[in-house]
Write a protein that binds this ligand. Structure first.
Ligand code: C6P
Length: 401
């Protein structure tokens, strides 16, 4: 554990005179030295554009960029690197599908999302519905923060063109029964998109075993750089979809009489990409493999149980989101205190948490709350940090109640 923590330089600092306790990993994870070094080395030695030059630096950059794609494809169990599209992040991955796949929707078609979605898996579909006359249907969430399974089954119909749900809720930590969702949807011939932003950092995800059609995630929650992410798509579906954006690299032949498009994955990657982003994410995946998901899962399970238990022991604290299957996220409220006030007090203790609606306003509305205080853990967090969280929350509770 000590070694692991040493690998993350940002963890070793004081904030407001206290050692930093970083519990905002669902917003973005800290970066290990290996990732920082891979990006630095790229800019120091190989910086060049990709797929464009015959010169040596461009070849080196292209090789590193495409090697990253092969690594990412292997990491998520894709059948081919052609199924791995580079994007700016989960948000752009979903927008790509909503625009491109969504372009084939007709009036009356239905897209099924859930009430616990991040805005990035709601708004792109609303836009697609506005463009096409399709209708957005919503799977309700039960009080504990689980999907209403019966309602989900009842919502699947001949009109459903896609089920688009989050693998893990960023606000509540709920791990959704994605295998069962995919199985039910596929039995009816409906493809499934999973928002994996909060799932991939916590446990092994294999898109082939899941048999999922689209899987979206962000590099920065996975210990890689910001502004970079991935859309996995089943090759057959991606092939049939029109390009998302036009520009350099996504074309085969451009002529004023008409343009033909590049093959996968380049058809969906217009313009100079975030080369250092791909290289940084590849380094992050190497690092995660080195730490190993066995260690990550055990550590996070322990932190989740311990934090839940410690926070529940404080008078006035209420945990929001009590699904049976949860990732290492604990959302809570202190009495009727505003989450923002709690977060401000915790910051004085050097503790970083997120407060507010966590970009899930419909979920907050459903739960009848303005937002939550969210502590989200990574494998580099410790029980001692949770003890510090408990002390600070007790202090906040006594000040605010
Ligand atoms: N959630 C959080 O604090 P981007 O911003 O594109 O990297 O990821 C968007 C996104 C999509 N889906 C889920 C489930 C997410 O959690 C996020 C990002 C962060 O919860 C920042 S809002």
């Amino acid at each position: 554990m000590e070694q692991v923590r040493k690998d993350f330089p940002a963890l070793h600092q004081t904030v407001n005179g206290r050692p930093l306790v970083y519990l905002d990993n669902a917003a973005t994870a800290q970066k290990p030295e290996a990732v920082i070094e891979a990006i630095r080395s790229y800019y120091l030695n190989d910086n060049s554009n990709v797929h464009r030059g015959v010169h040596t630096l461009s070849q080196r950059a292209t090789d590193a960029f495409e090697a990253a794609r092969v690594k990412i494809a292997g990491f998520i169990g894709a059948n081919s690197p052609r199924e791995v599209i580079f994007t700016k992040g989960t948000t752009e991955s979903i927008n790509l599908v909503a625009y491109s796949f969504g372009g084939s929707l007709s009036a009356g078609d239905e897209i099924l999302v859930s009430e616990m979605e991040h805005h990035s898996n709601i708004v792109p579909w609303q836009l697609a519905c506005e463009r096409t006359g399709a209708v957005l249907r919503v799977i309700p969430v039960l009080n504990e923060g689980e999907l209403d399974w019966e309602a989900f089954l009842a919502l699947l119909s001949k009109k459903t063109r896609l089920v688009a749900v989050t693998h893990v809720s960023n606000s509540l930590g709920t791990i959704n029964p994605v295998r069962e969702i995919i199985s039910e949807a596929h039995q009816r011939g409906i493809p499934v998109l999973l928002d994996g932003a909060q799932a991939l950092p916590h446990s092994t995800v294999n898109v082939s075993e899941l048999d999922v059609d689209f899987y979206c995630f962000s590099s920065h929650k996975m210990f890689g750089p910001t502004g970079f992410g991935v859309l996995f798509g089943r090759e057959r579906l991606l092939d049939a979809m029109p390009p998302y954006q036009g520009g350099g690299d996504m074309i085969e032949i451009v002529d004023f009489s008409g343009t033909t498009y590049n093959s996968l994955p380049h058809k969906f990657e217009a313009g100079t990409p975030h080369i250092a982003g791909a290289i940084g994410l590849a380094a992050a995946l190497d690092y995660v493999n080195y730490v190993g998901f066995e260690f990550i899962e055990n550590q996070e399970k322990d932190l989740l149980l311990y934090a839940t238990q410690r926070l529940m022991s404080i008078d006035g604290v209420r945990i929001v989101g009590e699904a049976k299957q949860k990732a290492a996220v604990v959302s809570f409220l202190i009495g009727s205190s505003h989450p923002y006030d709690v977060g401000t007090i915790l910051d004085k203790f050097g503790i970083a948490v997120r407060t507010g609606h966590h970009c899930t306003q419909p979920l907050m509305k459903r739960l009848g709350i303005p937002g939550t205080v969210r502590a989200s853990f990574s494998f580099y967090n410790t029980r001692s940090e949770i003890d510090q969280l408990e002390t600070a929350v007790r202090q906040a509770a006594s000040m605010l109640q």
